[in-house]
Design a protein around this ligand. Structure first.
Ligand code: PLP
Length: 222
């Protein structure tokens, strides 16, 4: 299937309540252009340098989502244009995003990444760290960031029950946060689900799926 056909097939499966992030990491600009021509306007990348190179040459009505782990010292390169940062997992990082956003007179939307998988390798906050972050005095002073939701990745396993359970846990935390609102906290987005598990994620209440290989084909990391 072509990129266009894959994209449209997936879009057809998503209800209006679920936003599709086309994960284009490692893929050449020509692939992104094909998806763009088919109507896709939200792209996800996991390296700031690569995303910035693509932002420079692609049409300006694209929304760029940073879905990877963010190094504090690289925030400055995307602060001018990034539309949503999915992988925020510390107050330190949030402070840096706030500082760089301020330089560009913007408010940057962020998702807090929760650790829901069994593997210890995956980044993210646990529930206690989340509570500490959003109730801290420093958080409330960050006027140039908006926390608009949560992101999580399930364990990489064939065990559907486990994946389902992990997504359900994240959905529960998400729901509990929805009643807490402050000037820079208003959670509406639940980013969960990738090529292998987005249907399970949608069943559990995902509002944003990040799909790469099912659209662009498998990646070649060389
Ligand atoms: C690469 C990546 C995806 C997309 O993965 P696919 O399996 O190719 O759909 C989604 N989320 C994150 C955080 C990623 O790094």
């Amino acid at each position: 299937m072509s990129i266009k056909e894959s994209l449209l097939t997936i879009k057809n499966e998503l209800p209006d309540t679920v936003t599709l992030v086309a994960v284009s990491k490692t893929k050449p600009v020509s692939d992104l252009e094909e998806a763009y021509a088919a109507g896709q306007r939200i792209f996800g990348e996991n390296k700031i340098q690569e995303m910035t190179q693509k932002w420079e040459v692609m049409p300006k009505d694209i929304q760029w989502h940073m879905i990877g782990h963010v190094q504090t010292n690289k925030v400055k390169y995307m602060a001018e244009y990034v539309s949503l940062v999915h992988g925020v997992d510390s107050l330190k990082l949030l402070k840096e995003i706030n500082k760089q956003a301020k330089k560009h007179n913007r408010v940057i939307n962020c998702l807090l990444q929760m650790h829901i998988a069994e593997e210890s390798t995956k980044f993210g906050l646990d529930k206690e760290e989340l509570d500490n972050l959003i109730t801290s005095d420093v958080f409330k002073t960050l006027e140039n960031v908006n926390v608009v939701g949560l992101m999580g990745m399930a364990t990489f396993t064939d065990d559907k029950n486990q994946v389902k359970k992990e997504f359900a846990t994240l959905k529960e935390i998400f729901s509990s946060l929805q009643s807490i609102k402050s000037t820079n906290l208003d959670v509406k987005i639940l980013s969960m689900g990738m090529s292998g598990d987005y249907k399970l994620a949608m069943d559990q209440g995902s509002t944003m799926v990040r799909i790469g290989s099912s659209i662009f084909g498998s990646r070649n990391y060389s």
